[in-house]
Design a protein. Structure first.
Length: 143
């Protein structure tokens, strides 16, 4: 893989705002992840109907696939499914920051859409989540 290929990955810090086990799936957790403020093109009324996008540094992303915002379109919130339920209790993840790959195509798993991937280390068959040493701004790019 070249450095140019690696640069195509968009890895951002997100804060888990909710986490729950997926029904009838022993390994899956459904995470709702906050990736920070949504960026609008302008402050006028038409901007309120425009889908939110990542901050300016990610202009090479196609459409931000799977980005959704809360009711007032002020934050980027994504649903991410992860096979970490056997290693982590959902309530232990809430409020914590982790790196996520955010420019993967959405994938349907057990009837639910996953809009990214949390990064983890495989340590002897056990998932170990990565986390910034200090709190950082949600949506911060890694790289």
């Amino acid at each position: 893989m070249t450095i140019e290929d690696f640069k195509k990955l968009e890895i951002r810090i997100g804060r888990v705002v909710s986490a729950q086990k997926v029904e009838n799936a022993d390994k899956l957790l459904k995470l709702e992840v906050d990736f920070g403020p949504a960026k609008q093109d302008s402050e006028d009324e038409s901007a309120k109907e425009t889908p939110p996008r990542w901050p300016a540094e990610s202009q090479d992303s196609s459409d931000g696939g799977g980005i959704c915002a809360n009711e007032n379109n002020s934050r980027i919130i994504r649903q991410i499914l992860s096979g970490i339920a056997q290693f982590y209790n959902p309530e232990d993840l809430i409020g914590k920051e982790f790196p996520f790959v955010v420019n993967l195509e959405p994938r349907i798993i057990r009837g639910l859409e996953s809009q990214g991937m949390i990064l983890a280390v495989n340590e002897g068959g056990k998932a170990v989540l990565l986390s910034p040493e200090k709190d950082v701004q949600e949506g911060s790019a890694i790289g």
